[in-house]
Each structure stands twice: as structure tokens, then as C-alpha cells.
Design a protein around this ligand. Structure first.
Ligand SMILES: Nc1ncnc2c1ncn2[C@@H]1O[C@H](COP(=O)(O)OP(=O)(O)OP(=O)(O)O)[C@@H](O)[C@H]1O
Ligand SMILES: [Mg+2]
Length: 469
């Protein structure tokens, strides 16, 4: 039985410290040592960078660091998305969170800078517009911090702001120790490169991904206390479904707790798991739907669904798959900037990511399965609404006759095959909009970019005996 009156300790959500912050042992040890060595010779002022898909626990870990630092009486300033957009905004936030006893002192130093900056900056405008003045202010805050600076969601910091902040961190950090941890989604790496602060390239990056099974077990079952012992089959089933994904672990923990709160048992089994599943599935479906919508809004849905079909149900994506998605999205844009932006978009989404150099995986494996099936349903619905299902079949047959890749056809051949379907919508334009086909760099040719997905759509149409096929 659960302890009477004890509130549910699980907190599925964003940036909430879980009842057991499982795993991450090596990192926690590193941070503990850094905090213990703060200010002495063993302290390493190099920032630590935490990279990981959404919902894996970056913010939770930063909060853990903040708690440990405050326990050691070190000042902590935590920056996140909403105060990262300008240097002045960062200084304002530093001022707001600064240790009160130091505030007076820094304010008077800053007043002095404002008076002197004309001399220092060699004619830089005094007042609120001067970049130099803002940089000096920022440096003054950092010089006086003497504690911990946490920068969450740093992927949202504009590179030109990052350039100033990271350079200030480097030059100030040589003389005035402070500890810096920077966290963000996997695209943070390329945002940091674009900030052109050389030292940040050498800042060691750590992957914050899913937990391993034993850590997931600890995170899920330890909060129930030592008197509650789930049956083995119940435990394994929950762990299978939680997929070692920290957010799902909290969802399951919370739902199990709620079910158990109404029961008098010390050894819950599958019946408890089955009862909890409804509420977990409800929340999980909401998350999946939001993610599908987001993928669709960014034009990523078809490339990722194609990838999920190509890789297969039990397969793992690789660097090759990542490159194909990149190619799928880039059409024949070849500007470096555009390539970089597309790459950032793919990485930010976290559908797939690279936890170790050369090793790729899905951010949430069950989301990939969801995307596989639901994209088929979505496309089928669109085709039926528009009456373009037979046209897709005709297009597919043109490519199907080709034995080998690359799946390229002359546009005029496709147009000929579609002559009888060309009423209302121009199917070729529609299929291009849907990213099923793209024009090749060589004019007059089209490439079938989503052969696995299209095959799946047509097979499903056949299975459902849709009248148009
Ligand atoms: N090590 C962990 N063990 C168990 N649960 C965790 C762990 N880390 C995080 N969680 C839980 O997972 C959920 C997501 O954590 P968090 O918000 O920190 O992720 P995030 O990586 O910051 O996500 P985002 O990129 O969306 O900000 C929270 O409910 C949190 O309590
Ligand atoms: Mg976060």
C-alpha cells in the first residue's frame, strides 16, 4: 500500500526534477567535483555542453546542478530561451538573478563603465545603443558572479549574441572562476559553430539521451518505496512501454501511482499496469499528434516517414538515412547557408539524432512507428479528398518498371501516363508539394523521393479496397 496522504511524486512535464534523477552518474560526479573544487587549482573553467532530444532531461540535470551549487552556497544564474535573444537581455537577467549582496557593487561598476566607455571604446556611442558598452557590462556581471552560469535552450541563442557571450566567458573565466553549463537540442552543435567562438569548439559535449534499462527501472520503481514490489511481468511490461525515455517514465510512474493510491496492495501486478495504461496512452497520443503536426509544419513528415519505412520496423537509422532526409529536403538548393539551416531543422526536431559519433538512433522509437502508420493514413485521406489516388498509382507504375535506383523519370513520360487524370488538380504539382516527387537538378526529370512510403500508401489503399484503385 502507498503511504497514506503522500502526494504523487512523479511529475511528467518539462524541466521538472523527477523523484529519482536516474543515470547520468558520470556527469553528476563531474559536476560534484567541479563544485567541490570551485576556485582551486583543480577547477576546470571549460564550459560543459549538454546535447539531447527533447524530453530526455537536460533541464532536469541543470536544475540538479543548481541545487547542488546552492547547497555549497555558490551563486547560480540560470538563463533560458526567453532571455537569450540579446546581450542586453542576458545582462538584465543576470542582474535580476544576481546575489543581492553583490548587486550594489556591480551596479556602481557598471555606472562607471557607462561614464568611461567613450574613452575605452574609442568613440563608441554612450547610451543604450553601444555594442561595446553592452559587452563591458556583460563582462562585469560575469567577473563578479563567482558561481555557476547555466544556459538552457542555448540552441535558441542567435549566433551573433553567442559570439559575444562565449568570448566574454572565455576571457573573463581566465581570471575569475565561474562554472558554465550550456544545454540544448542536438542542433546546438551547429549553432555553436556559427557563433564562431573558437574555445566553445573545444568545450566537451555530452549526450543526454534515453536512459539504460536499469536506470529506467530505478527511476520508475524506486519512488514507490521499498514496501511496494511490482510483479516481474508488470515491471518488464512497463519498462518495455516506457522505452527508457525519461518523459514516458514519468508518465508511467504518475499513472501507476494514481491507480495504486486507490488500492490496498503491496504487490501490484498486470491489472494495475492495464488500468494505468489508458491515461499514459492518452498523454502519449497527444505528444505524438503534436509532433506529427510539427513535422508536417516544417515539411519533415514525408522525408521522415519515408525513412521509417525504408529502415523497417526493427531497423535503426544511420548516417546514410540522415543524409537522404537532408537531400530530400534540400531539393537542389546547394547554398551552404541553406544546407546548414535544413540540417539544424532536422536535428532540432530530434526525430533522429547521433548520440555517439557515427551512431544514429530515433529520439523516441515508438514515435517512428506512429509516424510510419499515421502518415500513410494521412496521405491516403488527402489523395481521396482530391481524387488523386489513381494518379499516384499511375506514377508509381512508371517507376516500378525500373529495376534499379536512381528512381528518375522524364517529366514528359509522367505527364503522358497522367493524361487521363489531369482534371482539377495537376497531380504532378500536388505530388511535388507533398514531397513525394522532386525535380532533379537536370531540368525535365523527376525523382521519386518516397518510394517506400508510396508503396505503403498504395498497398493500404488496396487492403481497404478503396474504390478509386
Ligand atoms: N534522469 C532522469 N530520470 C528520470 N526522469 C527524468 C530524468 N531526467 C528527466 N526526467 C523527466 O523527464 C521529463 C523531461 O525532462 P526535461 O524537461 O528536463 O527534458 P529536456 O531535455 O529539458 O526537454 P526539452 O528539450 O523539451 O526542454 C521530466 O518530466 C523530467 O522529470
Ligand atoms: Mg528543457
Amino acid at each position: 500500500m502507498l503511504p497514506l496522504g503522500k502526494p504523487n511524486p512523479f511529475h511528467p512535464g518539462y524541466g521538472v526534477i523527477p523523484p529519482v534523477l536516474a543515470g547520468r552518474e558520470r556527469l553528476k560526479q563531474f559536476f560534484r567535483e567541479q563544485l567541490d573544487n570551485f576556485g582551486n587549482d583543480s577547477f576546470n573553467p571549460t564550459p560543459k555542453v549538454l546535447l539531447g532530444p527533447r524530453g530526455c532531461g537536460k533541464t532536469a540535470l541543470l536544475k540538479w546542478v543548481a541545487i547542488k551549487a546552492r547547497k555549497r552556497k555558490l551563486p547560480v544564474v540560470a538563463l533560458a530561451s526567453d532571455n537569450l535573444s540579446s546581450v542586453a537581455g542576458i545582462s538584465r537577467e543576470l542582474a535580476r538573478q544576481f546575489p543581492p549582496k553583490l548587486l550594489e557593487r556591480v551596479h556602481s561598476l557598471i555606472k562607471e563603465i557607462r561614464l568611461n566607455v567613450g574613452d575605452i571604446g574609442g568613440g563608441v556611442a554612450i547610451g543604450d545603443g553601444g555594442k561595446e558598452e553592452k559587452t563591458y557590462e556583460l563582462r562585469t556581471w560575469l567577473e563578479n558572479l563567482g558561481g555557476v552560469l547555466l544556459i538552457d535552450e542555448a540552441h535558441n541563442m542567435p549566433p551573433e549574441v553567442g559570439h559575444i557571450l562565449y568570448n566574454a566567458i572565455q576571457s573573463v573565466g581566465i581570471k575569475h572562476p565561474f562554472m558554465v553549463v550550456i544545454a540544448g537540442t542536438p542542433d546546438l552543435d551547429s549553432v555553436l559553430v556559427r557563433s564562431k567562438a573558437t574555445f566553445i569548439e573545444r568545450a566537451p559535449a555530452e549526450s543526454i539521451g534515453r536512459l539504460n534499462r536499469e536506470d529506467a527501472r530505478q527511476a520508475l520503481f524506486e519512488p514507490f518505496g521499498k514496501h511496494i514490489r511490482f510483479s516481474d511481468d508488470a515491471m518488464e511490461q512497463v519498462l518495455d512501454e516506457a522505452q527508457d525515455y525519461p518523459y514516458f517514465i514519468q508518465l508511467w510512474g504518475s499513472a501507476l501511482w494514481d491507480v495504486l493510491a486507490g488500492r490496498r496492495t503491496y504487490s501490484p501486478g498486470m491489472d494495475v499496469v492495464n488500468e494505468a495504461r489508458d491515461s499514459v496512452n492518452e498523454q502519449r497520443s497527444r505528444l505524438y499528434n503534436r509532433r506529427m503536426q510539427e513535422l508536417e509544419n516544417y515539411g519533415l513528415l514525408v522525408p521522415f516517414a519515408e525513412m521509417a519505412w525504408r529502415v523497417g520496423e526493427d531497423g535503426q537509422p544511420t548516417g546514410y538515412d540522415f543524409n537522404l532526409v537532408l537531400k530530400h529536403l534540400n531539393d537542389h538548393k546547394d547554398g551552404n547557408q541553406e544546407q546548414l539551416e535544413t540540417m539544424q531543422k532536422i536535428l532540432h526536431n530530434g526525430f533522429i539524432w547521433e548520440p555517439k559519433v557515427g551512431t544514429w538512433e530515433y529520439g523516441i522509437p515508438s514515435l517512428a512507428a506512429h509516424v510510419r502508420w499515421n502518415t500513410i493514413g494521412m496521405i491516403l485521406e488527402q489523395l481521396q479528398d482530391e481524387g488523386t489516388l489513381p494518379a499516384l498509382q499511375a506514377v508509381y507504375q512508371c517507376f516500378d518498371k525500373m529495376l534499379k535506383q536512381p528512381l528518375v523519370r522524364k517529366r514528359e513520360d509522367l505527364e503522358r501516363a497522367l493524361e487521363q487524370y489531369n482534371e482539377g488538380y495537376d497531380p504532378l504539382v500536388r505530388f511535388q508539394d507533398m514531397k513525394l516527387l522532386i525535380p532533379t537538378p537536370q531540368p525535365g526529370f523527376m525523382r521519386l523521393m518516397a518510394p517506400h512510403l508510396v508503396k505503403g500508401v498504395l498497398a493500404e489503399a488496396e487492403r481497404l479496397h478503396l474504390p478509386e484503385t
